[in-house]
Design a protein around this ligand. Structure first.
Ligand SMILES: Nc1ncnc2c1ncn2[C@@H]1O[C@H](COP(=O)(O)OP(=O)(O)OP(=O)(O)O)[C@@H](O)[C@H]1O
Ligand SMILES: [Mg+2]
Length: 499
């Protein structure tokens, strides 16, 4: 007799209006196994994991744990069955401390039944011990909104450990982390694997699969397309399984030559995050700004876009001073920002794909104050095709789109606005390998057309693959300038980023 797998999901189906997100998917996970769940944007990965975690109810299918069929109707049911899911969007209560979040719904009680009260001292001690086990040193009372993404993630993992989870799901856990933080997360995963936890790891970063996973399972359009042991497949096998075709180049070549200096930034300073940053950007190049989270990269872009207050420093575009005091002023000057946090800053979730797309360009779609719906729809349809945005209709609310497809809508919106300076903050975070190439191609096209293209990225292979020049930031200052990105390595960049 063979022992049943730790987890088996069988024939899982789920439809939303206009989309069959899952059409009978199977998944198996062993204890002490790290399974990579892969697939293009919209393939159904998050939906499958939401079903496992009790956040979404399936239309059909069975979930069997240790040979016993489970009825998982809520996240609490899932925890009871030993399943913890760390979703693409965290579920922490921002105002509560780490300890309170960890024990939310599973409070440590003291006193006789019926009269029990929460033993917050014991909770705090246990939380601190769990965090220490994960290599975290911050105070368990710190409100979660003050913690970095990496730390919030550790709180989520500690919460799963506190519940005694034996199946842990991480949906794109590394998307918001920098290289050393990802390495630390992988150490935590290896430790949990040693202890027998089964882990499902969803990621679009293929180099992580080889680093930390044992087996891959690939979904496409809500169906299984295949699985393999990680040792048996290489990078291009994975890409072919995910996107169903060969990718010639992950980082497409750029045509054209470097042109004149267009943007000159001198002594840019804002608060303590950005202190005296100076650089220039030329037509025809992609300039990358990298460094650790908190080094001031995003803040440089926000100052250029007028989203934060500039204390001092000057900005010239084509020799003329520009003064982006507000995003409105920045947009008028031809500066567009693709923010890293698309949910909070980039999209209106309740509005449709079309409405989000045309919002900053309404004036161009209007004659005498009336929006010409036909022009708007044609342009939107063009963008949906060009960026391969997966949405049932233009009128679908962006809330219902997968994470990667939401990112593409933000990109489409700014491309439509015809900006001269495009600031990309983590442009391919959460975007699948096939769509990444399309976004890179668009950045190349913009650069070749003479626009100023500046990219902030934590993804070092992406920085090395895309940039002509690299600026490395640390503590609000530029600590390294690499004028020929072809000479740089991940190690040489990291060295500049930590000193
Ligand atoms: N709440 C919802 N309402 C409507 N449609 C939805 C909803 N959630 C998911 N979908 C649709 O189901 C499909 C699968 O989405 P899902 O989020 O599972 O994809 P994913 O594989 O996680 O993609 P990504 O890599 O972009 O995160 C998509 O077409 C998406 O638009
Ligand atoms: Mg997803």
């Amino acid at each position: 007799m063979t022992t049943p797998p730790l987890l088996s999901m069988e024939g899982i189906a789920k439809s939303y209006p206009g989309v069959q997100a899952l059409a009978g998917v199977n998944l198996e996970l062993g204890s002490g196994e790290v399974l990579a769940l892969l697939g293009e944007n919209g393939a159904g990965k998050s939906t499958l994991m939401k079903i496992l975690g009790g956040a979404v109810r399936p239309d059909a299918g069975r979930i069997v744990i240790d040979g016993v069929e489970q009825s998982i109707r809520s996240p609490l049911d899932a925890l009871g069955a030993g399943v913890a899911v760390i979703h693409q969007e965290f579920n922490l209560v921002p105002a509560l401390g780490a300890a309170d979040n960890i024990f939310l719904g599973q409070e440590v009680a003291r006193g006789p039944a019926g009269l029990a009260w929460i033993d917050r001292g014991a909770q705090r001690r246990r939380a601190q011990a769990l965090l220490a086990r994960l290599g975290a040193d911050f105070d368990a009372d710190a409100p979660c909104r003050t913690l970095s993404v990496a730390r919030q993630q550790l709180v989520e993992i500690a919460k799963a450990l506190a519940a005694g989870a034996r199946i842990l799901v991480m949906d794109e856990p590394s998307a918001a982390l920098t290289t050393p933080e990802v390495a630390a997360l992988h150490d935590v995963i290896r430790e949990l694997r040693r202890e027998g936890t089964g882990i499902v790891y969803v990621s679009h970063r293929l180099e992580e699969i080889a680093a930390v996973c044992d087996r891959v399972e690939v979904l496409r359009d809500g169906r299984n397309v295949g699985g393999a042991s990680v040792a048996a497949v290489n990078r291009s096998d994975l890409i072919r399984m995910m996107v169903g075709r060969e990718l010639v180049e992950e980082f497409p070549r750029r045509s054209g030559t470097r042109g004149d200096v267009r943007l000159v930034v001198e002594g840019l300073t804002g608060g303590t995050a950005v202190r005296g940053v100076s650089f220039e950007a030329r037509a025809g190049e992609v300039l990358a700004l990298t460094g650790l989270v908190g080094s001031g990269r995003t803040e440089v872009l926000r100052l250029l876009f007028g989203a934060d207050r500039r204390d001092s420093g000057t900005i010239h575009l084509d020799g003329r001073p520009v003064d982006p005091r507000s995003p409105r002023a920045a947009i008028a000057a031809g500066i567009g920002l693709l923010p890293e946090d698309r949910k909070l800053q980039g999209l209106v979730l309740g509005l449709s794909v079309r409405e989000n797309f045309s919002l900053p360009s309404l004036a161009r779609f209007s004659r005498a104050g009336v929006v010409r719906r036909g022009d708007e729809q044609t342009a939107c349809a063009g963008a949906i095709t060009a960026l391969r945005i997966k949405t049932p209709r233009q009128e679908t609310a962006v809330r219902g789109l997968s994470g990667g497809n939401q990112q593409k809508v933000v990109l489409a919106k700014w491309l439509e606005r015809h900006c001269e300076v495009l600031l990309f903050d983590e442009p391919t975070r959460g975007v699948d390998v096939g769509a990444k190439v399309e976004i890179y191609q668009l950045m190349n096209d913009l650069a070749a057309a003479g626009k100023v293209v500046i990219m902030v990225s934590s993804d070092l292979p992406e920085v090395l693959g895309m940039a002509d020049r690299i600026l490395v930031m640390h503590d609000g200052r530029i600590t390294g300038r690499i004028d020929d990105a072809a000479t740089a390595t991940q190690e040489s960049i990291m060295e500049l980023a930590v000193t």
